[in-house]
Write a protein that binds this ligand. Structure first.
Ligand code: XMP
Length: 528
């Protein structure tokens, strides 16, 4: 992509208290970020090998009040294990190491880290020997969540043990005179009963952070900032139908006026029921220059005969970029607006060490041949629930604000195997039934996502007096905070039965329905 720079909220906001999270590749690094922000304190994830000098530079722009070292898959004593600039521990900022971070601080300070005699994974009981500092307010016995194979066996004299478990002699520690802490367990996951208390103890008790991260202030200052960047220039945005691009488009519409924002909605033919109509209603009302492009045939042609999920993603990304590029070129826009949010940036491997698990096409599929003055990403620092709050501040309808996350490649990754018009129709009808029933049940608000998947398994059934042969549809409902981990929802059986009955009654091509009872990990959210 050719653009002169990417601008977003990171660039010129007033100094605000920030907790820096050094990412050692742990699966839960994002949850640490979320747990801090839930307390109205801004957090930023950076690669583990950031230098102390760079942290000092960041501090002069954003007031770094404390540092958290994330978990990670390595062993500190192995050759090439990711390390920490030792000067980071001498910055005078409070530091909290979690899991790998905990072991790393111990290792760097002359403590002993070794393979645990018994791995601890899942719910564990920790004995709090000293309920003080980061463990202030905790009970003598605490339910905590562990996931580790190594353990800190001992520490030099200037360190003190705060907690232990049956298998881990040093489950929490602190330095006797410096504000440096380690925790073997994960306070950032919901399974740890008083995890949020520990996070609060660190960010308020130790780091003395102010609660300076509020969504109402965010919307106002983001509008001002976008206005100062684009001015009376022209911008173009790709509307996907999802929350992120809708909120970004609404925010930019408020900033520069609807006549200066061309919103391109590419109907890929891979959308959910009713999606196009809702977008038309909302953005026509806002006065945005909305262009709906019907490109379903182009996508289907590109996907013909393709079964590999990553190849599907690449094709959809490419066709999308082609269609969008034609429109963007015709619009004459100088700025490209994107609904990129924080997890998109970090997950695609730019923020730290975490492995790229699936290609998310909203990050890759940008126009390549057009020169923009800048890419404007007003939501680039926000998590999903923060984006929803901004959407409400901007007065977007609940239908859009509450919309579940939907993958860029749409129903194509929910139709297993080759995508055809017929299979898309079945998947769309099944998805609509699941959505309608979940919303009717009143349970949908507590869920992260719920949807149907059309498997490529055909199976025997009975209809009337005869044998029938048709598809197996599965549906999934998940509880999650950020989709980094997710638990399948324990739905009432009568709801499961109603969904199953409706799908087999209303979609003759389907004879069997399965409810997916797999958490993430080990499964991912999407089947492909
Ligand atoms: P997974 O399946 O990776 O999903 O556990 C995590 C979250 O990401 C969404 N997802 C995608 N979003 N493009 C997207 O924009 C994609 O290719 C894609 N694949 C998965 C998924 O719906 C879930 O919310």
């Amino acid at each position: 992509m050719e653009e002169e720079g990417t601008v977003g909220r990171g660039a010129s906001v007033a100094k605000r208290d920030t907790v820096l999270i050094l990412d050692f590749g742990g699966q839960y690094t994002h949850l640490i970020g979320r747990s801090v922000r839930e307390n109205n304190v801004y957090s930023e994830i950076v690669p583990y090998d950031i230098s102390a000098d760079d942290i000092r530079k960041m501090d002069s722009a954003s007031s770094i009040r404390g540092i958290i070292l994330s978990g990670g898959p390595d062993s500190v004593y192995e050759k090439d294990a990711p390390g920490l600039d030792p000067a980071v521990l001498e910055l005078g900022m409070p530091v909290l190491g979690l899991c790998y971070g905990h072991q790393l601080i111990a290792h760097m300070s002359g403590g002993k880290v070794r393979q645990a005699a018994k791995k601890e994974y899942g719910d564990t009981e920790a004995i709090i020997d000293r309920p003080e500092k980061i463990l202030h307010g905790l009970h003598h016995k605490e339910k905590v969540w562990m996931s580790h194979g190594d353990t800190v066996a001992s520490l030099p004299d200037e360190w003190e043990v705060l907690a232990h478990t049956d298998n881990t002699p040093v489950a929490a520690f602190c330095h006797r005179s410096l504000q440096i802490y380690g925790l073997q367990w994960h306070p950032e996951v919901v399974q740890t009963e008083h995890g949020s208390q520990v996070i609060r103890n660190f960010i308020f008790g130790e780091c003395k952070c102010q609660r300076s991260w509020k969504m109402a202030d965010f919307a106002d200052s983001a509008i001002g900032e976008v206005r100062s960047i684009i001015g009376s220039g022209k911008a173009v945005v790709a509307l996907s139908g999802g929350v992120d691009s809708s909120v970004a488009a609404a925010l930019v519409t408020k900033a520069i006026g609807g006549h200066n924002l061309v919103a391109v909605y590419v109907d890929t033919g891979l959308m959910r029921e009713g999606e196009t109509g809702q977008i038309r209603g909302t953005f026509t009302k806002l006065g945005t220059d909305l262009r709906i492009i019907n490109a379903g045939d182009r996508f289907l042609k590109g996907l013909s005969g393709v079964t590999d999920p990553e190849q599907k993603r690449r094709i959809i990304g490419r066709v999308f970029a082609e269609v969008f590029e034609e429109q963007a070129r015709a619009s004459g826009a100088e700025y490209l607006v994107q609904g990129t949010i924080y997890p998109d940036r970090v997950e695609s491997g730019r923020g730290g060490k975490s492995a790229l698990i699936k290609t998310h096409h909203n990050v890759g599929g940008l126009p390549k041949g057009i020169k923009f003055r800048a890419v404007v990403e007003p939501l680039r620092d926000l998590y999903k629930d923060e984006v929803r709050k901004v959407g409400r501040e901007l007065g977007l309808p609940e239908q859009i604000v509450k919309r579940q996350p939907f993958p860029g490649p749409g129903l194509a990754v929910r139709v297993i195997g080759e995508v055809t018009r017929e299979k898309l129709g079945i998947a769309r009808r099944a998805d609509h039934i699941v959505t309608e029933e979940m919303e009717r049940s009143g349970l949908s608000d507590g869920l992260w996502q719920y949807f149907a998947v059309l498997t490529n398994t055909t199976t025997t059934g009975v209809r009337g007096d005869g044998r029938a042969y048709g598809y197996l549809v599965s549906f999934r409902a998940l509880v999650s905070r950020e989709a980094m981990t997710a638990r399948f929802a324990e739905l009432p059986w009568e709801l499961v039965r109603r969904i199953s009955t409706r799908i087999t009654n209303e979609i003759p091509e389907v004879v069997r329905v399965a409810y997916d009872v797999t958490d993430k990990p080990p499964a991912t959210v999407e089947w492909e």
